[in-house]
Design a protein around this ligand. Sequence first.
Ligand SMILES: CC(C)(COP(=O)(O)OP(=O)(O)OC[C@H]1O[C@@H](n2cnc3c(N)ncnc32)[C@H](O)[C@@H]1OP(=O)(O)O)[C@@H](O)C(=O)NCCC(=O)NCCS
Length: 144
Amino acid sequence: MSADSVEVRDATLDERAWANRVYASVDFEPSPAETVQLVAIVGGAIVGLGRLGAVGGGAVELGGMWTAESARGTGVAAAMVRALLARAGAADVWCVPFRPLVDYYARFGFAEVPPSAAPWPPGIAHKVARCAEHGQAIAIMRLP
Ligand SMILES: CC(C)(COP(=O)(O)OP(=O)(O)OC[C@H]1O[C@@H](n2cnc3c(N)ncnc32)[C@H](O)[C@@H]1OP(=O)(O)O)[C@@H](O)C(=O)NCCC(=O)NCCS
């Protein structure tokens, strides 16, 4: 499969509900109604999820990245990141990945933000605190 065969589009209402069930299964927060929720489709089936949520101050967070295990390593998430960045336009885009994925997001232009850059947008601060509670090692990244 090539990344060209991945279709990325807005989730329907039913698909949003399905996405939130997937997110619950991997301990991600659900997408509020105002979040841009996209789905990646290959061969008629949803194989990937991603979202852009407002985090305050006009900034957005690119997140909710998930690829079905059977489709991993085939560029689904890459197609999703590119689609989300296109949707973000000129917005201030943040990302709070699990630490092992820092190099992956750097491929798309994200750079790690040093602690001296705090305070974060409120939604980013909330996510950082939630990840700390859950013992998840994360990085804070931003498009320069
Ligand atoms: C992370 C995830 C979204 C990647 O999806 P994907 O469609 O397989 O990604 P792509 O095919 O575009 O890129 C694959 C690359 O991602 C990177 N990657 C994926 N998981 C990784 C991990 N745990 N550690 C380090 N790098 C990782 C690797 O560079 C990998 O390259 P490879 O093809 O040589 O293995 C997918 O593994 C997933 O759904 N994981 C569970 C949920 C999750 O962790 N989401 C990310 C939250 S920050």
